[in-house]
Write a protein that binds this ligand. Structure first.
Ligand SMILES: *Cc1c(COP(=O)(O)O)cnc(C)c1O
Length: 273
């Protein structure tokens, strides 16, 4: 740490991203990217003509992509938040919904970025051990009065909690956000997106990086009650309003239209496993 850096970061241990060799001589399994390329429609969307428009800022509202995602998930555009990779949503959630009084809770064995964000914002967090069978015991999160963050299915265990269990966590923590990270939901598991109609404290996070073959484009999104989305937008417009670049917006719009291609690929990946 140089003498210029604020001492509040003295204890911070940064996240170490997975190794990303650039020479393409390996079968790469370490960061769960798709082995399949983006859909042909995505590839076609990034035309030379679109590249030539990079002198212009992107639409900060991401209106077209939000409307397409809203239609795909049967919600309204006001229920969708777009981000530069889903890591950004996790970052914003810890920034927006936690502080010295508002703690966080997540499984001890899960995505390694959760504790880094908790440290970054000096959030009091509890890391809850898994059960003997490596599953998450939902009862550990009931009435906990902290922001709950659960990857479902969990990583790296691949184990899932049920919608009924998620509902119990939501009901018993009505004044705290319950963030369900669905990075791997397309590979098996039941999405809890539909529960956003019933619970205004549910924040569902998804990514284009895994099943949708676009890790390099950096695109994630959240689905939640309009109130939570407005809070996240406030943080976005206070940090980087143009958080999604023009090419990624176009790629995302084409990817939504290609959902069937990604569903098919997810099946192939599960079969290969
Ligand atoms: C990969 C992953 C993310 C982050 O993905 P982005 O590339 O930032 O969208 C978030 N949560 C889990 C559990 C992941 O495995």
């Amino acid at each position: 740490m140089s003498r210029f850096m604020s001492p509040r970061f003295a204890g911070l241990e940064a996240y170490t991203p997975g190794e990303q060799p650039q020479d393409q001589q390996y079968v790469k399994l370490n960061t769960n990217e798709s082995p399949y390329p983006p859909s042909p429609a995505v590839v076609a969307a990034i035309s030379a003509e679109e590249v030539s428009r990079l002198n212009l800022y992107p639409d900060p509202t991401g209106r077209v992509l939000k409307e397409k995602l809203a239609a795909l998930y049967g919600v309204k555009a006001e229920n969708i938040f777009l981000s530069n990779g889903s890591d950004d949503i996790l970052n914003f959630a810890f920034m927006a919904f936690c502080d010295s009084e508002r703690g966080a809770a997540f499984p001890e064995i899960s995505y390694g970025f959760y504790p880094v964000y908790a440290d970054l914002y000096h959030v009091d967090c509890v890391k809850i051990p898994l059960k003997e069978d490596f599953g998450v015991d939902y009862r550990d999160y009931c009435n906990i009065d902290r922001m709950v963050v659960i990857a479902n299915p969990n990583a790296p265990t691949g184990m899932e909690i049920s919608l009924a269990e998620i509902e119990e966590i939501l009901k018993t923590n009505p004044n705290r956000i319950v963030l369900i990270d669905e990075a791997y939901i397309d590979f098996g598991g039941t999405s809890c997106v539909d529960l956003i109609r019933k619970y205004d404290n549910l924040l569902v996070v998804q990514t284009y990086s895994k099943s949708r073959s676009m890790a390099g484009a950096r695109l994630g999104f959240a689905i939640a009650d309009a109130g939570i989305i407005a809070d996240l937008e406030k943080i976005k417009y206070s940090t980087n309003p143009y958080n999604i670049n023009r090419l990624t917006l176009l790629a995302g719009e084409a990817a939504v239209e290609s959902n069937a291609y990604y569903v098919e690929n997810a099946k192939k990946i599960a079969a290969t496993r």
